[in-house]
Design a protein around this ligand. Sequence first.
Ligand code: DC
Length: 236
Amino acid sequence: MVYFKSKLNIRNLLKRLIIAIDGPAASGKSTTAKLVAERLGYLHVDTGAMYRAFTLKVLQQGIDIQNTASIARLVPQTTVRLFHNSGKSSVLLDGVDVSEDIRRPKVTKAVSAVSSIAEVRALMVREQQAMGRKGGIVLEGRDIGTVVFPKADVKIFMIAEAHERARRRSKELAERGTNVSLDELEKEIVDRDKKDTSRTLSPLRQAKDAIVLDTTTLSVEEQVEFIVAKVMEKMR
Ligand code: DC
């Protein structure tokens, strides 16, 4: 009997779950998702980075971000892949590492418009579903629990007050040598949330079965503990 029980536990521990983390801009998804994935030995997929990479290509080609038809024509000529190597993940745009370039403010300003185009979303969703098919993955974005993996094993919806999100983004940018005022950052974050929640296709919204995690006053460690505990509950 004991043998049977322990075998069951091991099988549960080996379950490769799909963890979906959604939420608005700068709510802490990336840092937390990366650490959760490390704790579980899972793959971390930053889907925002993929939309940013495609947006970078649009800008590099000098295409107007309102020109939906030209942007859609770029889709079949583009590959966006995530590459994981010794704990570091990079974004490859047509085989070139663009992990740094995609964080530039001009990409941030354009990404909501580009990511609202159907053809762009279809390309990204296909890639993301292929990466997650076997489980053992933490995906973060805006539509993971609603569209990409509506049957994900654990769904978290991360939120935080806009002012706190601006403060975090400012710190992150300063570490990269870019200084943007807090007011400007807060405005940009609120503006992007508005675009991401009001678009017709796969808007940012909380899945019915998602667990809300308000990170405003939580440390990164607390956020990670919260999610890992939910995953462990699910495995049991
Ligand atoms: O997570 P992020 O801030 O790097 O995402 C950049 C943009 O990409 C975000 O403003 C909207 C878009 N995005 C999306 O439409 N769907 C996702 N799953 C992830 C990001």
